[in-house]
Ligand binder design. Structure first.
Ligand code: ADP
Ligand code: MG
Length: 274
């Protein structure tokens, strides 16, 4: 497998000062996605939404409302039919395939419902391999992987195999893989969909803690209304549209997690306690 060097600067140097206009890491304007077919299927019908560095956003909505389409476009896994998608200020329509791959490698971390771990590989290698396209050498990949696994509370399971882990632990590995390269934004598509209620809630709490302590910008699609309403911002979708986008005073409405920085702005990474 060839190791392409990212053509985009690492996210960690791209992170602008909070409160500035370039603070926006994700920006969709009038985005429409029509899937080809007979008849064509609308996935998104004119969606505009911006996410600033350090935000934690829950995306809610019934099946088929366009949540995954939104995340795929935000993650540059797919391109819009119309409208503009900007990631870390870059208009994805102006980038070629290699540049898009570079942007994804340096700026975006993905977490999926089904974890997508390589079962035959050690936990640490699952995470380190996520950095293959970020242009860093093996020793540094392992170092970053170990640090990320420590952050998600799996510092002692580096040499385990995914098959030896519970579902919740596997999703923690996937989250470590998503954050290891310190991306500008983490996109999680139903990360709790394959977990029981309590484990799923713990995973959402972990994402909340990573946001609060490390300032990681996170957009998470979740069905868990209860947990979502504890997040600072909720975007509700229906039929390919955003029907509400509320940045409630959830910060003051809920108890702070241990060590949480209430402002939700980047701070030094801290280990998340389990
Ligand atoms: P959600 O994640 O909220 O369940 P999706 O974004 O997956 O919603 O789907 C939104 C709409 O787009 C649905 O009508 C779905 O059937 C359609 N859709 C999603 N992906 C495709 C695809 N690859 N081809 C055709 N239609 C699709
Ligand atoms: Mg979906």
């Amino acid at each position: 497998m060839s190791c392409q060097t990212a053509t985009v600067r690492p996210a960690v140097t791209q992170r602008p000062a909070p409160g500035t206009a370039s603070d926006v890491v994700l920006d969709l304007q009038e985005v429409t996605k029509i899937y080809p077919g007979r008849p064509p299927v609308p996935g998104l019908r004119g969606v505009s939404v911006s996410v600033a560095a350090g935000e934690l956003v829950a995306v809610l909505g019934p099946s088929g409302s366009g949540k995954t389409t939104l995340l795929h476009l935000a993650g540059t896994l797919d391109l819009p039919t119309a409208g503009t998608v900007r990631v870390t200020g870059l208009d994805v329509a102006t980038l070629g395939d290699r540049q898009l791959a570079g942007l994804r490698a340096s700026s975006i971390g993905f977490v999926f419902q089904l974890f997508f771990l390589a079962e035959h590989q050690l936990v640490i290698d699952n995470v380190a391999d996520g950095l293959l396209y970020a242009g860093v050498g093996l020793a540094q990949r392992r170092e970053l992987a170990a640090a990320a696994l420590d952050l998600v509370g799996l510092g002692r399971r580096l040499r385990a195999r995914p098959t030896q882990l519970s579902g919740g632990e596997r999703q923690r590995v996937a989250i470590a893989r998503a954050i290891a390269g310190q991306p500008a934004i983490v996109l999680a598509d139903e990360p709790t969909g394959n977990l029981d209620q309590a484990t799923g809630a713990a995973i959402l709490d972990l994402l909340g803690q990573l946001n609060a302590t490390a300032g990681t910008t996170i957009v998470v699609v979740t069905h868990d209304e209860q947990v979502a309403t504890r997040m600072r911002r909720q975007v509700r979708m229906l039929d390919g549209r955003i029907v509400s986008d509320t940045a409630a005073d959830a910060v003051s409405a809920r108890p702070a997690a241990p060590g949480e920085r209430i402002a939700g702005r980047p701070g030094p990474p801290q280990r998340v306690t389990r």
